[in-house]
Design a protein around this ligand. Structure first.
Ligand code: FEO
Length: 404
C-alpha cells in the first residue's frame, strides 16, 4: 500500500448475515502488516478465515518475527483470527486497551500472552515507524481504539470510515462505482447511535495529517480523505430538530450530591442538543413544575436516601405528578446514598402507577449498546471524577434513547 505497509486481509463476497441485515455486496476484513524492524500486524480477519489468513501471511513474513499485534476492536470479524495468529507468532505482544484485554481474555483465554496496554495518546516505536493510539470508546463498542502511523500519515480506524463492499480494488480512487452511498449507509447502521462519540473521535484526529485512511472493511481511502472525515463530522453533528426534545430533571438533595448528579445528567443531555432543565424542588412551585412536566419528553426524579426514604418535599411533588397525563413521556429516577438507596426504588414505585414509560437498564442497552449504565442511576455518595463521568454518560445515553 505504501512504505512497507501491506494489506493482508480477506475479501468475502458472500451475502453475509450481519447485525440483523444481509450484506448484499459482501465485505472485506482488512488486516495490515507493517514490515519494520519490529513487524506489526494491525487487526486480523474474521474467525472463519483464521487458517487462510495465517497461511497467506507466511508468504509475506516469517510469522515468528512478528513483534506486535495491534487490536483496535475485539469483534470476531477483526480479532477472530488472533488465536490462530498467536499460535504461530510466539513472540508477539498484543497492543490494545485495558477493556479489550478483559474481553480478549474472556473470548480466547489469552491470559498468558504478553500485553501492552495503551492509553489515549500513547506512542509505540516499531523500528522505523511510530504508531500513535487514540481511545475511541463506543465506536462502536466500549473497548475500541484507533491507530495512526505518524511518518506514513496513515490512519487505521478499524470499523470507523468503513464500507461493506467486497472489493478487490482496495483503494477508493480505483472503485468502479461511487461509494459515497455505501459509506453513508455504513455510518448510519453502525456509528450513528454513537454520534457524540463520533464527535469526540473527530476532535482527536482533526489536527493529524492524514493522507490515507485504512479501515477494517471495504475501501482504503486515499483520495478525498478530508471529504470522508467531513462527512462523519456532518452526519454526527446535532440536527436542529433535537432542540425540540426536552428533558426535565427534578431533585431534592440532602448534601448536594444528588443535585450534582442531576446537573451532570443535564449536561450529558445538552451534549446532544436536548433542551434540559434541572430544578431543585425545594425552590420551585408545583405550578411551575407542572408546566415543565407537560412540555418534557423525559422526566427524571432524584432524591438522596435518608432513613430508608426519599427526602424533602419531593414526595409531595411526586404524588401530584403521578396524577398528570404522562403518556408518551419517558420517566426514570436517580439519587445518591450513603448506605442504601431505597429512595430511588420508592420513586420508581410511584412512577410505575403512571401511564408514562418507566425506563430501565434494558432500554439503555438496546438504544446504545452500553451495559455500563444502570437505570435507575444509584450512586454511593458522589465522586468528582468517576461519579461525574458516569452521570454525564447516563445523560448522553438517555439523550440517544430520546433521539431514536
Ligand atoms: Fe467490523 Fe465491529 O466489527
Amino acid at each position: 500500500m505504501k512504505n512497507n505497509i501491506f494489506w493482508v486481509g480477506k475479501v468475502d463476497d458472500r451475502k453475509i448475515p450481519f447485525h440483523r441485515l444481509t450484506l448484499e455486496k459482501g465485505t472485506t476484513y482488512n488486516s495490515y502488516l507493517l514490515k519494520t524492524e519490529k513487524p506489526t500486524i494491525i487487526d486480523t480477519v474474521d474467525i472463519m478465515y483464521s487458517r487462510e489468513f495465517v497461511e497467506n501471511l507466511k508468504e509475506h513474513i516469517n510469522i515468528e518475527d512478528i513483534k506486535y499485534v495491534v487490536i483496535n476492536h475485539v469483534e470476531p470479524d477483526h480479532a477472530g483470527a488472533l488465536p490462530a495468529l498467536l499460535n504461530k507468532a510466539k513472540n508477539a505482544t498484543i497492543v490494545t486497551t485495558e477493556k479489550a484485554r478483559e474481553l480478549l481474555n474472556g473470548m480466547f483465554k489469552l491470559h498468558n500472552r504478553e500485553y501492552l496496554i495503551i492509553k489515549d495518546g500513547d506512542t509505540l516505536d516499531i523500528g522505523g515507524k511510530t504508531l500513535k493510539f487514540f481511545e475511541t470508546p463506543y465506536l462502536h463498542t466500549e473497548e475500541t481504539m484507533i491507530t495512526y502511523a505518524i511518518e506514513d500519515k496513515v490512519l487505521f480506524p478499524c470499523d470507523i470510515f468503513s464500507t461493506h463492499i467486497a472489493t478487490t480494488d482496495l483503494f477508493n480512487d480505483l472503485a468502479k462505482e461511487d461509494i459515497d452511498e455505501d459509506f453513508k449507509v455504513y455510518y448510519s447502521l453502525i456509528m450513528s447511535p454513537h454520534r457524540n462519540y463520533v464527535q469526540d473521535m473527530i476532535g482527536k484526529i482533526k489536527n493529524l495529517d492524514i493522507e490515507m485512511i485504512a479501515p477494517s472493511h471495504g475501501f482504503v481511502l486515499r483520495e478525498n480523505v478530508q471529504k470522508y472525515i467531513d462527512l462523519y463530522d456532518r452526519m454526527s453533528s446535532i440536527p436542529n430538530k433535537n432542540l425540540e426534545k426536552k428533558a426535565l430533571i427534578l431533585y431534592s438533595s440532602m448534601t448536594g450530591n444528588t443535585g450534582k448528579i442531576g446537573e451532570d445528567i443535564g449536561e450529558g443531555l445538552r451534549n446532544l442538543g436536548i433542551d434540559s432543565k434541572v430544578i431543585n424542588v425545594k425552590s420551585s412551585s408545583f405550578e411551575e413544575i407542572k408546566s415543565q412536566v407537560e412540555e418534557a419528553n423525559l422526566v427524571l426524579l432524584g432524591s438522596s436516601t435518608r432513613y430508608g426514604d426519599m427526602i424533602g418535599n419531593i414526595e409531595e411533588i411526586l404524588k401530584k405528578i403521578t396524577k398528570l397525563d404522562l403518556s408518551n413521556k419517558y420517566l426514570t429516577s436517580f439519587g445518591s446514598y450513603g448506605w442504601s438507596g431505597e429512595a430511588i426504588e420508592i420513586i420508581n414505585d410511584y412512577l410505575k402507577t403512571t401511564n408514562g414509560k418507566l425506563l430501565d437498564t434494558s432500554y439503555i442497552i438496546k438504544a446504545t449498546g452500553d451495559n455500563s449504565i444502570k437505570l435507575p442511576l444509584r450512586m454511593s455518595f458522589y465522586d468528582d471524577k468517576e461519579g461525574k463521568e458516569l452521570s454525564i454518560k447516563t445523560g448522553r445515553a438517555l439523550g440517544e434513547l430520546l433521539l431514536k
